[in-house]
Design a binder for this molecule. Structure first.
Ligand code: ZN
Ligand code: ZN
Length: 322
């Protein structure tokens, strides 16, 4: 049996679960580890049985809990290399320095090295000394900069696996096909998962449905598609104009109208379930997203296909089983 469960969907956190009889994959980890586990239990899933985490892109609503979760469970995390690098940069932001500040830092470090060289030998420092050293640097950082955690690398993961968009790979008995989406991240992807003859696709965080995305989202049994905002609500809504521009752009988010136009004209109408996700809490209403998709899908006359579900931000959807 294949199961798909949306644990959270929206700008405050995204996570979904793809399970076959043998393999369980978490797609994105935008909740805290504690909240993720709570929701998995609500959905009847045991976190201890997870095999891997795959990441679509490095925005915090998709990765906020990934390090803690992967460490706690001792499982690998699959990224593209560019996404992994961007995620590490996000965890350890470097302070922008002026040239004068840089010179001052060089002088200070040289003086510290000199002081160390002058100090009497006390043998090799052990790991706890090194930890203390990196903690000791923390007070020197300016307010607002993330202080290093005591001796621990915040980006440390039990295992990192790289994949490339356009190159399918397998985790257990689930085939994973990552495809490029247009979004303002380092190397964002969507996924098609296939197991036991069932095909599931996840496509959120995309500015528009490119020809490549359209080609991927066919012959599916389940489609999780972004339906982020209602165009009028976004235009009249509270966001500053620069943010509105970003959301509306081709590397932003898919509107109800754009999702509907894909469902009407670009999609083969075969999926048993269409789940609308990543709905904006400020610029959308679930009824508007549903109505737009219903209208669009009415052209695909089929009694068994295209049941519409709405993924929510604050509670998991009941699992969809095949
Ligand atoms: Zn997102
Ligand atoms: Zn994003």
């Amino acid at each position: 049996m294949v199961r798909f469960t949306v644990l959270a969907s929206g700008s405050r956190g995204n996570s979904a679960l793809v399970c076959s009889g043998r393999t369980r994959i978490l797609v994105d980890c935008g909740l805290s580890c504690r909240e993720l586990f709570r929701r998995m239990k609500l959905a009847g899933e045991d976190p201890a049985t997870l095999d891997a985490i795959v990441i679509t892109h490095e925005h915090s609503d998709h990765v906020a809990g990934v390090a803690v979760t992967a460490r706690k469970l001792g499982i690998p995390v699959y990224f593209t290399e560019a996404t992994h690098r961007a995620w590490m940069r996000w965890l350890a932001p470097r302070r922008q320095m002026t040239y004068a500040q840089w010179l001052e830092q060089c002088r200070r470090q040289a003086a510290e090295r000199q002081a160390e060289a002058d100090a009497p030998e006390e043998g090799e420092p052990d790991a706890s000394d090194l930890a203390a050293e990196s903690t000791a640097e923390a007070p020197a950082t300016e307010a607002g900069e993330a202080a290093p955690t005591a001796g621990k690398d915040p980006a440390w993961l039990p295992s990192v696996q790289y994949f490339e968009a356009g190159t399918p790979f397998a985790i257990g008995d689930i085939a994973v096909n990552p495809f490029t989406v247009s979004h303002d991240a380092a190397d964002p992807v969507g996924f098609v998962f296939q197991a036991e003859g069932v095909r599931l696709a996840l496509a959120t965080d995309l500015g528009y449905v490119s020809p490549n995305v359209r080609a991927q989202l066919q012959r599916l049994d389940l489609l999780l598609l972004e339906s982020n905002h209602d165009l009028e609500m976004l235009r009249d809504g509270p966001y500053p104009w620069s943010v509105k521009q970003r959301v509306l752009s081709r590397v932003g988010h898919l509107s109800n109208e754009a999702a509907a136009s894909f469902l009407e004209e670009g999609y083969d109408g075969q999926a048993a379930y269409v789940i609308l996700g990543h709905l904006s809490e400020n610029n959308n209403l679930p009824e508007l997203a549903r109505l737009a998709a219903e209208r669009a899908l009415s052209c695909h006359a089929s009694l068994l296909a295209n049941r519409i579900l709405l993924a929510a931000q604050h509670e998991p959807l009941p699992p969809v089983c095949f």
